[in-house]
Ligand binder design. Sequence first.
Ligand SMILES: Cc1cc2nc3c(=O)[nH]c(=O)nc-3n(C[C@H](O)[C@H](O)[C@H](O)COP(=O)(O)OP(=O)(O)OC[C@H]3O[C@@H](n4cnc5c(N)ncnc54)[C@H](O)[C@@H]3O)c2cc1C
Ligand SMILES: NC(=O)c1ccc[n+]([C@@H]2O[C@H](COP(=O)([O-])OP(=O)(O)OC[C@H]3O[C@@H](n4cnc5c(N)ncnc54)[C@H](O)[C@@H]3O)[C@@H](O)[C@H]2O)c1
Length: 443
Amino acid sequence: MLKYDAIIIGFGKAGKTLAGELGNRGWKVAMIEKDPKMYGGTCINIACIPTKVLVHDGLHNVPYSEAINRKDSVVEKLRKKNYKKLADHDNVVIYESAAKFISDKEVEIEIAGKKEVLTAEHIFINTGAQSNIPPLEGDIKSDKVYTSTTLIDRKELPEQLAIVGAGYIGLEYASMYQSYGSKVTVISPDEELIPQEDQEIRTEVKKVLEEKGIRFILGAKAEKIKEADHDKVTLTLSNEEQLDANAVLLATGRKPNVENLGLENTAIKLTEDGAIKVDEHLETTVGNVFALGDVKGGMQFTYISLDDYRIVVDYLFGNKEYSLKTRKNVPYSVFIDPPLSRVGLTAKEAKEKGYEIAEGKLAVASHPRAHVINDLRGLFKVVIDKRTNQILGASLFGPESPELINLVKLAMDLEAPYTYLRDQIYNHPVMSESFNNLFAIDK
Ligand SMILES: Cc1cc2nc3c(=O)[nH]c(=O)nc-3n(C[C@H](O)[C@H](O)[C@H](O)COP(=O)(O)OP(=O)(O)OC[C@H]3O[C@@H](n4cnc5c(N)ncnc54)[C@H](O)[C@@H]3O)c2cc1C
Ligand SMILES: NC(=O)c1ccc[n+]([C@@H]2O[C@H](COP(=O)([O-])OP(=O)(O)OC[C@H]3O[C@@H](n4cnc5c(N)ncnc54)[C@H](O)[C@@H]3O)[C@@H](O)[C@H]2O)c1
């Protein structure tokens, strides 16, 4: 049995950052990653980075096959860099194997056909999530059926792409593949697109995506897939419509990676959603075993995984004050064209929580920067608390919103009154100066 100070399972954002930190503090660390193509984790290999390279190149008229090649080379570079950072660390040993718990503090791995048991007082689970496969009848195993991981490895642009699911992945891929010239149809059982977003914003998003040529079939389920000919499948929907496609993307959520992890051999418990159950410091139901990132459920973002690392470091070496309970506002962006960014509450959510609110609203077209960059699409909305003057939320659908939203998040975290963003001197002509008008709210 090999003894370490810490075992980290999964080379994701939290895991790799923690491995370096613990190693720097003199801990002997075992990092276990099952897939050599995943060194550095989901984000750099199959998710955020490759998809955003493709989003970028699609908007700059790069042909699809060239963009796929560039995406591959960016990923390769980042993967090597991530691997080297830990491989060169004197206190970190990398094992290429699937990890399986055989007891609360013992993990089995297999190297070159030989089983080995590792043990440590501290174990960190950072195994991420995987695509949900919806229960479709028929030829679900067809090579024309893809997940977000496999579609971006396809070298040839699908002429017709059908996307099942209209969440973050569904919309980002719809916008991205449409920009390369695919004819895209998005199918969702929900009657409305992105129902969690502000009503006016989601109407605007749908309008802009439809104007780009994306077709939405809402309120219908994809039920059956059938191979049609050598390069096509036919999807049958619950409304009896039939749809031909060269490729079908299943984008119906991602579930925590707990399969084959041997959790049944431990006292680690799962939530009802199948995620690893943790307390506010991310400790599981076994002392000194922690779960970080997508595998512990909740919001699935790289920066949440990084922030989980901060919580654990504060718990181990700090004053234990930073936790899921003290985490502040979390912004997010959906990288459609133009992007949608959000932080905090919508007006509806704020009213439901009992706030007396006022709203600010601005069409992107009314702002000089929009004319400079020749992109007038979109709508910005903000919600404030009438009583305290604090900002409760922002929904920014328009160019440059992924950068702008962090300004609003900062003001919210600092509990600044909305007038702070309204009366700020901004440089010109930039998008953030739109806050002079967006926050000019009539109370
Ligand atoms: C298409 C797509 C686009 C996305 N875009 C964005 C974006 O733009 N911005 C953003 O913030 N987030 C984005 N996300 C979400 C983001 O990628 C994830 O939230 C994040 O990568 C999760 O990181 P993690 O630390 O939980 O673990 P991961 O990075 O998922 O790492 C888990 C690792 O554990 C390994 N592993 C699993 N089981 C075992 C085992 N038993 N033994 C050993 N190793 C194991 C896996 O191989 C993997 O390398 C996107 C996701 C997808 C799918
Ligand atoms: N820009 C970003 O930060 C970014 C980009 C992509 C993904 N992500 C992360 O990845 C996660 C997963 O993304 P996602 O889009 O797969 O999940 P999601 O939860 O955002 O959306 C899933 C969609 O699939 C639909 N759905 C569920 N079951 C279905 C079925 N059987 N048939 C048809 N539709 C069905 C749901 O109604 C929902 O609209 C997100 O939660 C997000 O955190 C982030």
